[in-house]
Design a protein around this ligand. Sequence first.
Ligand SMILES: Cc1cc2nc3c(=O)[nH]c(=O)nc-3n(C[C@H](O)[C@H](O)[C@H](O)COP(=O)(O)O)c2cc1C
Length: 492
Amino acid sequence: MVEETDPEREARLDALADEHLQPVRREYVVEVTSSCSSCEPPLKRSKGRNRNRPREESPFERGTPAAAEDERNKIPLETLQELQRKRYAFETARGAQPVEETGVDPLFLRPRKLVDFGDKVYVAPLTTVGNLPFRRVLVDLGADITCGEMAVAQNLIEGQPSEWALLRRHASEKVFGVQIAAAHADQMGQCCELIRRYCDVDFVDVNCGCPIDPICRRGCGASLMRKRAKLRGVVETALRTVACAVTVKMRTGWTDDTPSAHTLVGLAQSWQHRGRGVEAVFVHGRSRTQRYSRLADWSAINRVATCQDEAAALIPVIGNGDILSHQDWEAKRAEAPRVESCAMLARGALIKPWLPTEIKERRTWDISASERLDILKSYVKYGLDHWGADACGVQRTRRFLLEWLSFLHRYTPAGLLERLPQRIHDRPPSFVGRSDLETLFASPLAVDWIKITEMLLGPVPDGFRFEPKHKANGYGTTGPPVAGADNNNDWG
Ligand SMILES: Cc1cc2nc3c(=O)[nH]c(=O)nc-3n(C[C@H](O)[C@H](O)[C@H](O)COP(=O)(O)O)c2cc1C
């Protein structure tokens, strides 16, 4: 593996760039300027509203990107402004008559459309990296069901444009969910009221799995697993308010010693509104405190599926964790026979975006470096469609591509492996690929990821720096990796 830049290597990479000359850049980029302070992606969530801060740029006011008409779930600007000024008249506000009793809202009267997860490939919610262009790529490569990145209910209710952007859906996403982190029923109710009115979604997923402190401290995410009454309120309010399916994503428990998903799923069977209940429970087979320190426990996931009241309607339990190949998926199914036949992918889709094809065709795809470059070209095209083809859009596309590249380099080409399949926790030794491009794709160095973006999007501005948000490079710089660990990954 190439370790540091030198003139010879630079020349070789430039030749590589020429060889795969940027059709995407020629076609889409209108103008690339060196700096644009407003176009940094919303990588950090704001901690509440600061009235002195200039108003955030609305994603709905920006120049019209090429395929904007293919994107749905755009909330009108006036509504956003009403939300920001706290003037939006929520029907679910205290004292207001419930919509279903007044019977005036035709949206609510639509029959609830159910989602069939059986035998499907589902790409899990992925903060930052699971953006709309990425999901379009995954749909092209065989994903059946997709979900938006986690959106915080309170931020949606406050009309934060960057939060609303997380609910966007592309026309190609045939079955699409949004994931909401809410702390209590009122928040979920108001949020679902807005979703029902302004969004076209097939399911609303209640986040009970986010381990991150700022989210748990707000009473959302995994902390909901410890507050059963609140969780019930949140889920039942969602069931009461939206016309689409409602699902719940959880972990096995707060700590390894206190598993709780298996008891919660039994309770969830009784959480109903007018005979309609939770459509599916997704279980990530790790506890909140475990993060990615060990492999996902699929026997624990199976236990969740079996701990239901057989006399009541069973909730399909969908397992999640460590799927990087069709062999992994088949092994997990054998280990957890009671889980639903839905392959739920997260890091596997980031490292091998062609994984849905492999799972559906039950084969290992020894994908070539140029085919992988084509995938990146599609991403860049979709990124410029979504974020715009001006300097701001180019910068956002580059940032998010870099975030993705921080996962993509972990793929070891199938043709180079002595033993198939690659496992998600394998730490392959440095290797030289079958072409310069393949070697470049395997580089763990941010400087090489930047080089790849330059092949597709043109040169970076002077002084450009990049540090991955999710620090997904679990190859450890501080000591030997723990077996099965994804040491630096902050999500789960
Ligand atoms: C970068 C990243 C972002 C994630 N974002 C979310 C999220 O927004 N909502 C969520 O419920 N889970 C999120 N997760 C967790 C995944 O959906 C999934 O449950 C977890 O990674 C386990 O699956 P895996 O072992 O296949 O990666 C994220 C995981 C990663 C790696």
